[in-house]
Design a binder for this molecule. Structure first.
Ligand code: GDP
Ligand code: IMO
Ligand code: MG
Length: 429
């Protein structure tokens, strides 16, 4: 089983970083295949807590070679901030490889992300403001800057000139901002070139050879299915392919190399930013507040409160379909401890009709009301459980019910933030 994909099932922050880290001692390579520093992965190892944004979570495991794939967008300042911070804490990051084809987030992408959001007013997406969307837009528009451009100053200058010809019109005339000069962008990018040069290469080739040798490669997805640019709640999505298909295109290996697709799903649901969310709890003092506080649902990247709601089985069924999920990792089961009953969304009511699937029409999804079923809760602390049988009967029944209505086996259960706070029912590697 050498090619294992990790994807988020819901709207992000399911615990993908912890799941990737968990596989660390049986993994040779971890490649991040989409997104950039819009991600925020918290990994807890012993007493140490790490918040990673751009770097793959595998960087924390000494035996792993971490890779930033071609599908990622790289902010060079953030890259070196994260590397320096890890080095200062004694983590060896010297094995990091970066695809020569990964696109670079520049000053003008960050600026455009912020001013475009402001311009949208009430229609705001609530982006992370890190320049992600504008960088992917330039990539698709064939006017992006890639890692390999850093090593040819005249090409770099030409590309930046081409991009700024257009961007400065937008900044000056539409958004009423100052123009950005070619020199300031080129100088900034070149200041990182020599330090990054040894890391940059043909990462698709390296991964292909590793898979030929039967080494274990984990493809770490950022964001999640419902934030995927094609399959998510468009336009309230990120700008990359966060689903399993992106693992191949975003890392440069063929889809046939992907053997196991692991979906990470929370025992309830959260979302950051705008867009539809059928099971959302709006009450400031009731279940919504309880879930946010008990689950510590505050963003790792922007510090925003995460919107919270109950588990949504149609979303898991949908994610299983569009990703081809073979295994689920159910995280944060411990957060639900102490409730008399736990509501779960089994289907939607869309304009008076029962709908078992995620509606294809965005308006229908906006109007979907959850059809909830209540399951009995438990009060015992489960954070020390390491086998399924140690869980209280009602917790076991809750997991089995989610497995049944989601239609996919739950192979691993998270019972706490720590690295070892898991119940492994079936090994992922
Ligand atoms: P990611 O973006 O998918 O990697 O997830 P985040 O790191 O943004 O958010 C998940 C949060 O839940 C982190 O703070 C993790 O430490 C924490 N976490 C992960 N799994 C569990 C679990 O099983 N139980 C609890 N209580 N916390 C968990
Ligand atoms: P991880 O990997 C949760 C959301 C933003 C916004 C939308 C678009 O930690 O799960 P962008 O800056 O990407 O253009 O913003 O996507 N978003 C995330 N939400 N977790 C993430 O990453 C996210 N990455 C982007 O809040 O709604
Ligand atoms: Mg996160």
């Amino acid at each position: 089983m050498p090619g294992i994909v990790i994807v988020g099932v819901q709207w992000g922050d399911e615990g993908k970083g912890k799941a990737t880290d968990l596989l660390g001692d049986r993994t040779d390579w971890v490649v991040k295949f989409n997104g950039g520093n819009n991600a925020g992965h918290t990994v807890v190892i012993g007493d140490e807590k790490y918040a990673l944004h751009l770097l793959p979570s595998g960087i924390l495991s000494p035996g792993v070679t971490p890779v930033i794939g071609n599908g990622v967008v790289v902010d060079l300042e953030v890259l070196f901030e994260e590397l320096d911070a890890l080095n200062a804490r004694g983590i060896d990051t010297s094995k990091l490889k970066i695809s020569a084809n990964a696109h670079i987030i520049t000053h003008y992408h960050r600026t455009l992300d912020k001013v475009q959001e402001r311009f949208l007013g009430k229609r705001q997406i609530g982006t992370t403001g890190r320049g992600i969307g504008p960088t992917y837009a330039d990539k698709i528009n064939r006017m992006g800057i890639r890692m390999q451009d850093l090593f040819d100053e005249s090409i770099l200058r030409q590309k930046v000139e081409g991009a700024l010809d257009q961007k400065n019109h937008l900044l000056l005339k539409l958004f009423n901002r100052r123009a950005i000069t070619v020199d300031e962008v080129v100088e900034d990018l070149l200041s990182y070139a020599e330090r990054v040069r040894p890391m940059v290469g043909d990462t698709g080739l390296l991964l292909d050879r590793a898979l030929d040798r039967d080494e274990v490669v984990v493809f770490e997805g950022g964001q999640a299915t419902m934030l995927d640019v094609d399959h998510g709640t468009y336009p309230f999505v990120t700008s990359s392919t966060a689903t399993a298909a992106g693992a191949a295109s975003g890392s440069g290996v063929g889809p046939g190399r992907l053997d196991r697709i692991v979906g990470i799903v929370k025992a309830y649901t959260t979302r950051v930013g705008a867009g539809p969310f059928p099971t959302e709890l709006f009450d400031a003092d009731g279940d919504g507040n309880w879930l946010r506080t008990t689950g510590h649902e505050f963003g790792t990247t922007t510090g925003r409160d995460r919107r919270v709601g109950w588990y949504d089985a149609p979303i898991t069924r949908y994610a299983t379909r569009v990703n081809g999920i073979t295994d689920l990792v159910l995280t944060k089961l411990d957060v639900l401890t102490g409730r008399a009953t736990i509501p779960v969304c089994v289907a939607y009511d869309v304009n008076g009709e029962r709908c078992d699937e995620v509606p294809v029409s965005q308006s229908d999804f906006h109007h979907a009301k959850p059809i909830l079923e209540e399951f009995p809760g438990w009060t015992e602390d489960i954070s020390g459980c390491r086998t399924f049988e140690e869980l209280p009967q009602n917790a076991q029944d809750y997991v089995l019910a989610l497995e049944r209505i989601s239609g996919t086996r739950i192979s691993v259960i998270g019972v706490g933030p720590a690295r070892d706070a898991v119940i492994v029912r079936e090994d992922l590697v």
